[in-house]
Design a binder for this molecule. Sequence first.
Ligand code: SF4
Length: 260
Amino acid sequence: MARKSVPKEKKSAKARRVPRSAPAGAAAFAGRTRSPTTAARKPGTGPRPWSKAEVVEAFGRFRDADPAPKGELLSVNPYTLLVAVVLSAQATDAGVNKATRALFAVADTPEKMLRLGEQRLADFIKSIGLFRTKAKNVIALSAKLVAEHGGKVPRERSALEALPGVGRKTANVVLNAAFGEPTIAVDTHVFRVSNRTGLAPGDTPLAVETKLQVIVPDEFKPHAHHWLILHGRYTCKAIKPDCPRCLINDLCRWPHKTAP
Ligand code: SF4
């Protein structure tokens, strides 16, 4: 697809330096004393908001590079996806996959998980942080699925968020990845990328999600979460983002980005 030429931002030598630490979220605009959200609200002081054409351009490039992005958590059905996402809180996908590969071989439905029991489940996932709390939640949510949903994962946000250990982000991931709903889950990577680039600045994940829902065209919504999360995980990393090989370098508003 032909790329629209977008003028590059001028950068001083100082601005080209990437800070040793590039914290997520509001602080991602390192060197600022204000949050990007606050700055963006004051005309002339914050990053220039992305135009609709620039948003389309960015997601068009993500799509060209990876037309069908997939999440990296192992799952074999909506239930195992739900469990994997619950287990992934404050843990890496690779760490979760290491534990769930064996777990899902013996318990890939809520009924089987209940038969496995909390203690044996905990043994499977003990390499994952907060495993005791997570084991309790997985057993409790499995019991609720059996009691109230016939053992199936519900497709409604309210029903998902009523499950133990399931918050808005987990519900969004399940609705999107298991049911194809156009939700955009905001995790630490999506939050950082949205703030750092100026695409959808916000002080909370919900504020960022709300802005993404407004600015991302419908045609890109089914995959927007995965494109942003993969971009944050492998290119726009928290520390030392790989700006020179970034697909959206010319569109990004981060004052500390480095040139391609
Ligand atoms: S240029 Fe790309 S990698 Fe660098 S900060 Fe911007 S979005 Fe992240």
